[in-house]
Design a protein. Structure first.
Length: 51
């Protein structure tokens, strides 16, 4: 799945924008994380999370 396909799919489920001057949609934040997970699965490598 490409990034644009992912954004299209997520935008169907999370269409609302934030009530700010510079809204960031949920799927815009989720797409990079999902790409990271997808690459990790393809490489058969664990994902390391940091805080």
């Amino acid at each position: 799945m490409t990034r644009s396909e992912l954004v299209e799919r997520l935008s169907r489920y999370y269409p609302r924008k934030a009530e700010t001057d510079n809204p960031v949609l949920l799927y815009q934040r989720a797409a990079p994380i999902l790409e990271l997970l997808e690459r990790s699965l393809q490489a058969n490598a664990p994902v390391t999370w940091g805080v």
